[in-house]
Design a binder for this molecule. Sequence first.
Ligand code: 0A1
Ligand code: ZN
Length: 853
Amino acid sequence: MTQKNAFQTQYLADYRPYPFRLNETRLRFRLSDHATEVESELDLTREGDGPLVLDGGAGLKLLRLAIDGRELEPGDFTREGEVLTIAETALPGTSFTFEAHVRIDPGANTTFEGLYLSGGMFCTQCEAEGFRHITFYPDRPDVMGPFRVSIESTKSILLSNGNPVSTAPGRAEWHDPWPKPAYLFALVAGDLVAISDSFTTMSGREVALNVWVRPGDQDRAGFAMESLIKSMKWDEEVYGREYDLDVFNIVAVDDFNMGAMENKGLNIFNSKLVLASPETATDDDYNRIEGVIAHEYFHNWTGNRITCRDWFQLCLKEGLTVFRDQQFTSDMRSAPVKRIEDVQTLRARQFREDQGPLAHPVRPDHYQEINNFYTATVYEKGAEVIGMLKRLVGDDGYKAALDLYFDRHDGDAATIEDWLSVFEDATGRDLAQFKRWYTDAGTPRLRMDEAWDDGKLTLSFTQVTPPTPGQDDKPPRVIPIAVGLIGPNGDEVRPTEVLEMTEATQSFAFEGLGARPTVSVLRGFSAPVVLDRDLDDAGRAFLLAHDTDPFVRWESGRGLALTALQAMAQGAEPDPAYIAAIGELAGDDAVDPAFRALCLQLPPEDEVAARLSDAGIVPDPDAIHAAHLRLARAVAETHEGLLDRLYRQMTVPGAYIPDAEGAARRALRNVALARLSLLDGGARAAAQFADAGNMTERFAALAALIRAGKAEGALVEFHEEFASNRLVMDKWYMVQPAAADPSQAAAITRKLSERDDFDWKNPNRFRALLGGLSANHAGFHAADGAGYDVTADWLIRMDGANPQIAARMSSAFETWWRYDAGRREKSLAALQRIADTPRLSRNTSEMVSRMMA
Ligand code: 0A1
Ligand code: ZN
């Protein structure tokens, strides 16, 4: 079935520079809920030919247009769709000032793009193309200039980018001297309070720091501030990057489509990534807050000072900034644990995307709606590609290249070609083949075969990348393969070496070996590929026990679990080799508890389905779920004593601190709880729920109770206690469908969606409930289609209010093609129903048509 849509496609190949330079932008806002007036003045200088073309959404009520003070007449301009064109005849000389006066209605804006109201506070979101809903403007990232902004409002706190020029009651002026594109513009006006601190930069400048929140939330903003200070220091120490304004403001808002936004000097955050207290946030929440605060801060150099020429280059800022925030977290916490977590995310989201109808290159070359390309491929694979580059050129080469990048491109709107050139120029390496990682979609399959001959080990690799939409041929890529060798007694006989594979098939030999070693390959997950090798259970258990590389250790346990689950989903018994090996590791007190917790977790059911489908077997979600449960129970039964010991031993004395050590112990204790709850009918979970001193323990206990079918009272209690806390209530909405028995998940979702406090227009609330359902693999893919139906109903409804959210969440359907004919038919019918919706947005229309193509 093919689903066409009528929206226009944009192509990278069509890029043309803007024919005007923008010397300065002056904006004046008179804020009011339903009739905000925006007056703009743009000082422009002609640099090319043609009329003046500006972007402007349909919601702009045009009051006045002028050039150099002369009001334009109807014949001077045309307005078609989202484009305003000022005729060349109306433009005097080379330099002139364009003025526009418009009225907009932030109170009616449910898209949370442009200027909108959230809980009575005005705020903006302009990436990628939101500024055109504020006023007429060249809304493209390569048009940059300084901004002067004046805000008139009755709200007490009035913020914009840059440095404050003046503030008086009801009025504020801001000046941002650093040239920036419109997507980095921000404005906030609200009755807010701040927690404040300061930071002295490496050259001795003092920067005022504020985290702005709603009154009452101040006591939950401290961790965000600490994270900001750590990030500023780290970027100076590791990348030599200093902050460049007198103030840095962070604002928390409740209605936000994404995680956070790096607006120059005024980062706006989804409140769930700012607010945390031990009673309301889990260790994972704290972890994420630290990482995202860092991410947005790091954008100041990788994104803001150096931005993207066009939106096809999105990975230029996002891949690099994710890579930098991953490095930061590795330095702040456990590097091996961070690496494993990042690989888990990559596989769960990016591999899934890359192996289905939504696959696209890290740098796409066409799109209909750019907001559909803020994807795991652009972000997470974009970061992996940089990790590979660093592995190939070495740490010194990487540093030289980055120094050159900042030096050469500060103030530029750059491209992936510019990025690769700095590596070529700094290291002398030819990166023509490496560039395929940016231009070619799909996850390479890497097969390794071994041959042993009298002290000589030969490793032969073959790479194949399956076709992806629009790209049938996949020439070989450069793949850095990190390899070490482990001798029969468990000692490492060859330390890590990076083999550089450039051909479709290639062999590497290791000579002078005494006895046949076990190969530890793809150490540290040195390339984002699917590795295929013949290694039996004994070999995997050996690596799990002895490898010096923590990633391969974890991966070996993972391989055992996946093989066991695949076999069990087709009727086999639990694999004793896996159960024994995992017990050995879990009981080893010399090993970091966080690492043990990771190893004890089973691969997600969705990943088992992906593996089966990859092997040409149609996955049965119910069978996979049953296998998952059965293997978890077998581990619990075999290791009950050990798990009980861990459960009692891994308590953390004293007050809750969100540090890595405490979090590690809580993580191991909570996995032990999850396993033991399969045997004790939820007794320990009930006790933990009643006694928990923090949300990490509380929430793990609640999830275990739901899985044990004993959560009725706990859910009521939790709701009563936290009814006034939106972020905690989101957890309540998420965990019920996510942890439900799959046969009930869709019905639970529907029932919860009918509650009065299901404020569906709030993106966090909507994502919690519908995302909770799609995280329940067998529940979303229930054979009767109930999971698909409730999801489609809500996506259709959401599309009318907030197309970005509807489109993003529609990717729950991206794996429809994997399943049996009955499920395929039902998921396609749900997609068709979405496609047939009158006035469907460009966002959702593009997603659905790609999924159905
Ligand atoms: N640049 C932000 C992500 C972001 C993108 C789009 C948004 O609104 C539609 C908001 C945020 C980041 O990488 O954090
Ligand atoms: Zn980002």
